[in-house]
Design a protein around this ligand. Sequence first.
Ligand code: NAG
Ligand code: NAG
Length: 192
Amino acid sequence: MVFIRSIALGASIVGIIGVSSAAQVLTARQEPWVPGTQNNTQEFYVTLKATTASLEKYNGWTLQAWHTGAGLADPVFASDSPSPAFLNGTSLQFDVSPYPFGVDALPSDENYGRWEPVTITSGYGSGPWVNNEADGLQVNAEESDGWLVCEWSHGDNAPQLFQLIKGFDSVGTSPNDVPATCGRVLLIPEWI
Ligand SMILES: *[C@@H]1O[C@H](CO)[C@@H](O)[C@H](O)[C@H]1NC(C)=O
Ligand SMILES: *[C@@H]1O[C@H](CO)[C@@H](O)[C@H](O)[C@H]1NC(C)=O
């Protein structure tokens, strides 16, 4: 299957960079954002929890780095080969390389769009990411309005993560008025 092969390709770029031991990474965590709501003590998989019925088939799939260029990846969910992640202060990072590899999700609306891309890049990414427990991983920024997942440029059965932009998200539209292959999701940490 083309899909599985592509996922393997994504994983192999991580392999090229190299795989570090989790223990080494765990030593350097920062202090939590709000005591009791953020867990910097343990790694997790970022799992998809659909709040739109049509996406329920992806429940439990985990966020992976889909290679799009050197040190750059699109956030795509897959049913296998989960990538361990952790919160470093308010950075969401993947523990897949000796080098930092973080998720960029700071909303910065420039085109009045209802949603924007999320990317995975070398470095600490952007957020600030917090763990709001029942509502899962979120970005604590004024424009942030949660998560949209779409079957997008990486094809069927490769749901990709986007960020919804508050203010533009619901102007003149129902919150669930999105393309048929898209839907809202929560990002729930599955502690490893
Ligand atoms: C956590 O982030 C800080 C920068 O904010 C960085 O210096 C540190 O190396 C990071 N820790 C890990 C484990 O990546
Ligand atoms: C953090 O993770 C530990 C280990 O699984 C767990 O015992 C604890 O309840 C978690 N804390 C929060 C705030 O989720």
